[in-house]
Design a binder for this molecule. Structure first.
Ligand code: PLP
Length: 402
């Protein structure tokens, strides 16, 4: 961000907290600013496709909120979230194999707020959190604010390597295990059933809560849904979910599915943060769910994202030079590319932007800063012809650089 020289005076004179001064801006947000220029083919953000937002159905739902709830929809409401939405969420979770009641559900302003509430509730400076390597950058940002430290397990095609998890637990006694078990951001990797069971066993053995951040689980367009960590681990797991990727991120509504006794602490932390999430939007989502609009909408989303993923994979096979490898996710929004070790995806990014194509380089997703040669591509946001063109340009850039 360009800072006005006059404003800089305040930054120097006023005593901001050391937490804030030490914070780094999200690299993705910075790249998005550069890449949102017209004409740039944007594989950078984690943005869902805007043409898929259910704009057609929402006016009816909005009118129904006003008719059915009147002034209540515009009033302050419970920190836990509006009862109708929590009941609807609990019903869906139960139907999908995780017995849940509304008492387990706390509505948050996106999954990002749930991560922040967890950090506030659990983390003292210097505490360890066990993560995948790489992991979701937004979680690192939230945890960094509370001066967490990290111990990370490498991943293969089945998710976290479990032997490493146990070894890291023994070495660092982490307070939390944080995972993105389905179509992980950034790699697109999904944890296998066996690994899920093993991870839960370890969590029970060492009494460490698993935080399963799961924004993409509903967006499976190939293969079979796996039992969630929550359905396997029950009260050992706090599941974080969101409507951002399946309805709209601008609505900022997510939720936690947590053991009841611990949820009361999150409720207090939520009260300090923002009292409650927007009442009207919660009712709006309630109408959308209770009128049976989510499941058909999800089908549309899955068909579209599969088609775009297929175009990206086919284009990569066609245009990427030998020595470049990538993941092939069966759902979610993004995939992961590894360049030959001697190349830096960060150094290549300005050249890619000159060619009017943007990606996010992978290094910031690694708690200890490796992964110079990696990058993340979002296949959902650009139109199929643009995806092919963008991959072609990247292929040329990589081939020239090798
Ligand atoms: C793994 C993960 N967690 C949390 C979030 C934040 O989601 P929300 O928009 O619900 O805050 C994202 C967004 O990209 C994500 O990928």
């Amino acid at each position: 961000m360009q800072i006005d020289e006059n404003l800089k005076v305040h930054t120097e004179m006023w005593k901001l907290s050391s937490h804030v001064v030490g914070l780094e801006a999200s690299i993705i947000r910075e790249i998005l600013k550069i890449s949102s220029k017209p004409g740039v083919i944007n594989f950078a953000g984690g943005l869902p496709a805007p043409e898929l937002f259910p704009i057609k159905n929402l006016p009816k739902c909005m009118a129904d909120v006003v008719t059915n709830f009147g002034p209540k929809a515009f009033q302050y409401s419970l920190s836990m979230g509006v009862v109708e939405l929590r009941e609807e969420i609990a019903k869906r979770a139960t139907a999908l194999g995780t017995p849940t009641t509304k008492e387990n559900i706390l509505i948050t302003s996106g999954a990002q707020q749930a991560i922040e509430l967890i950090a506030r509730a659990f983390i003292e400076p210097g505490d360890f959190i066990l993560t995948e390597n790489p992991t979701y950058l937004g979680a690192l940002q939230a945890f960094n604010y509370y001066q967490a430290r990290y111990t990370s397990a490498e991943m293969d095609n089945e998710g976290m390597i479990i032997d490493q998890v146990e070894q890291k637990i023994k070495e660092h006694n982490p307070k939390l295990i944080y995972t993105v078990s389905n179509f992980q951001n950034p790699t697109g990797i999904t944890m296998s059933l066996k690994r899920r069971e093993q991870l839960v066993e370890l969590a029970i053995k060492y009494d460490i809560p698993i935080i399963d951040d799961n924004p993409y689980g509903d967006i499976r367009f190939e293969g079979k849904h796996l039992p969630t960590l929550k359905s396997i681990g029950g009260d050992e797991v706090i599941a974080l979910r969101t409507f951002s990727k399946i309805i709209s991120p601008g609505m900022r509504i997510g939720w936690m599915n947590s053991p009841v006794d611990i949820l009361q602490h999150f409720e207090k932390v939520k009260q300090c943060t923002d009292l409650h999430s927007g009442t009207f939007v919660q009712y709006l989502i309630y109408e959308f769910l209770s009128q049976g609009m989510l499941e058909p909408h999800l089908k549309t989303v899955c068909v579209d994202y599969k088609r775009k993923r297929d175009v990206m994979l086919e284009s990569m096979r066609k245009y990427f030079p030998k020595g470049v490898t990538w993941t092939e996710p069966q759902g979610g929004l993004c995939l992961w590319v590894e360049l030959p070790k001697h190349l830096s995806a960060k150094e290549l990014l300005p050249k890619a932007i000159e060619l009017e194509v943007a990606y996010v380089y992978g290094q910031p997703f690694f708690p200890s800063g490796e992964g110079e040669n990696t990058l993340r591509l979002n296949y959902c946001n650009a139109a199929p012809d643009k995806i092919e063109e963008g991959i072609k340009r990247l292929g040329q850039l990589f081939a020239e650089s090798i």
